[in-house]
Design a protein around this ligand. Structure first.
Ligand code: ATP
Length: 261
């Protein structure tokens, strides 16, 4: 059983938009040194959960904490958490380097970090070209570069492989594994099962606003493969009622979850 406190702790989170219950009951925690994948079909509530965690939406009930503190109460959030929720919001006439200069100035990061970060994300050669000509994959890389400027120990990434070509996906996977190996915490959302299998240590399956199962990927897939587990639990598999497969149910105690490691 681990004795470290989780870097990210989500407890019985709920949020609705009008009559749409975007998040009904989501609980899980993410720990340093590990990659946690939030897996669920379209509209499951993944982005809303991340938006609440990052203080961009307000929960009706429950908690979303980073190192025990709400994001909005962190003293220098960009230096604790690097987040990519979408690769939009870029100015088409600015270059990648110009975008990073502005972000660095805003968060109080040194301008000296910009060139190394551009190298890290594989954008050094394109750094001085306007973003207008960037592919979706290049925009994803730039968004990640923005998130890395504060040298954060936690990454929160909404579908980060979106738009990346196979080489880019492999690069991202290796990057995230190395980030976790150095003690970082990674929370990413996806609906790509193969990516989960290759990158994640821990898994949360989420559907219709509820976390259905949480635990270490190895333990959860010890008796059934990931696709079978996912399809048996979510509305992506059938219209049958959702049931809990083997493993810890969402909202279980950390003791329950640790038994799955
Ligand atoms: N700002 C909003 N206003 C109204 N409804 C919203 C809003 N944001 C999310 N929703 C709804 O809440 C539900 C959950 O959406 P969310 O984006 O969190 O799901 P998701 O799992 O990230 O989906 P996807 O994989 O398609 O990105 C969906 O039904 C969505 O339409």
């Amino acid at each position: 059983m681990t004795t470290t406190s989780p870097s990210i702790e989500i407890t019985h989170l709920a949020k609705s938009y009008g009559s749409t219950q975007a998040v009904a009951d989501v609980s899980f925690h993410a720990e340093s040194g590990r990659v946690l994948a939030l897996l669920g079909p379209n509209g499951a509530g993944k982005t809303t959960t991340m938006r609440i965690l990052l203080g961009l939406a307000t929960a009706e009930s429950g908690h979303a904490l980073i190192d025990g503190t709400a994001y909005s109460d962190l003293s220098s959030p960009a230096h604790r958490v690097g987040a990519v929720l979408d690769a939009g919001g870029l100015h088409p006439d600015r270059t990648a380097r110009e975008h990073l200069r502005i972000t660095a100035a805003m968060i109080g990061a040194s301008q000296r970090i910009i060139s190394p970060v551009l190298q890290q994300v594989g954008l050094a050669d394109a750094a001085d070209r306007p973003v207008r000509g960037y592919s979706l994959g290049m925009r994803q890389r730039l968004a990640l570069a923005n998130a890395l400027l504060g040298d954060p120990s936690i990454l929160v990434l909404d579908e980060p492989a979106n738009g990346l070509d196979p080489a880019g996906i492999r690069w991202l996977r290796q990057y995230l594994r190395a980030f976790a190996a150095q003690g970082g915490t990674v929370l990413l959302s996806t609906h790509v099962l193969t990516e989960v299998a290759l990158v994640a240590d821990d898994l949360v399956i989420i559907d219709r606003g509820r976390s259905l199962i949480t635990g270490a990927l190895d333990a959860l897939t010890a008796h059934s493969d990931l696709e079978q587990l996912y399809l048996s639990m979510t509305s992506a598999g059938s219209d049958q009622p959702i049931h809990h497969a083997s493993g810890a149910p969402a909202g279980s105690t950390s003791t329950d979850r640790e038994t799955l490691r």
